[in-house]
Design a protein around this ligand. Sequence first.
Ligand code: ZN
Length: 345
Amino acid sequence: MKTSPHLFKTRPFLRKKVWGGRRLEKLFGKQLEDDDSYGEAWEVADLKEGQCTVGSGPLEGLPLRALSKGWGRSLVGAGAPDDDRFPLLVKLLDANRDLSVQVHPGQEDARRMEGAHSKQESWLIVDADDTAEIICGLTDEVGPDEFRAAVDEGRVETLLNRIKVRVGDVIDINPGTIHAICSGVALLEIQEPSDTTYRVYDYDRPGMDGEPRELHVDQALEVATLGPCEQAVRRVGGSDEMLSVVSETPAYRIERIEVDQPCRLSWSVDPDSPQVLHLLDGSMVVEDGIGDQVELGAYDTAVVPAVLGSVRAEVPERCTVIVAGLAVEQLVRGLHRQIGQPVAS
Ligand code: ZN
């Protein structure tokens, strides 16, 4: 890779899903190729199952993999577990119908189970019907035999803990927690870059190919905590703080910047982590200080390589931006705001 690391916008990898709908286009402004049901926009993804591509600048169209390999630690930071794979997976997701009930392995599970990768995930609800719910954990503790019997007898739904959610709610799904996103929810999902999913229930419905999707009950029982979830739903926003912490997990950290008037922002970037910027609201023009800039509207995503050191942004009116990165002490350091109309350059 000849070009040196710079800021870039991403173009998502779009996935059709049996439970998907049309909100990726209607709400998030993603261009869908046909009239099918789409479930996921992989805004930042460097997996063999799918790659986002560069959506701006001289490298437009290149898969993220090429940058991870070419830029290495300059992109992913000194703290990344692997120097040639991007350490986060960020998706927008439209649950028009219920998603399968599933569980992911943790780091210890992944060491003993072949082909498994640890997966922690966090959900930030961005759209929700009045009756929207998620499933997190079980209502009571049950033994593995009892759980398996419930699966075999088609009554696993009676064991699941359902929680009502609203826009602005956040929940961390720890490895081992049985979970599902239910119909009527659209969310931003930030997670470890893994597609290791053990499905325990799929509502006895056919998949995209007309056949029922495979269940993985044995593997699920090896990793699942069969009881109530320890994580609670939290609300973000609503405070006067310009910068707030959305989530802190062993694998990644999520922060949020919210400003409600025209201004110029600047902050420092921890060299141990890249930053993923995802705009929830408003617009901003982000600059990396070495001549590259990208314009972000609602539900657009940009990646700031760890090596860049700092970021500046012009906010014409207002914006809410989610900043995701590795589990460093603080992602957005020394946030500075200069109020007033940005000077045209
Ligand atoms: Zn999951």
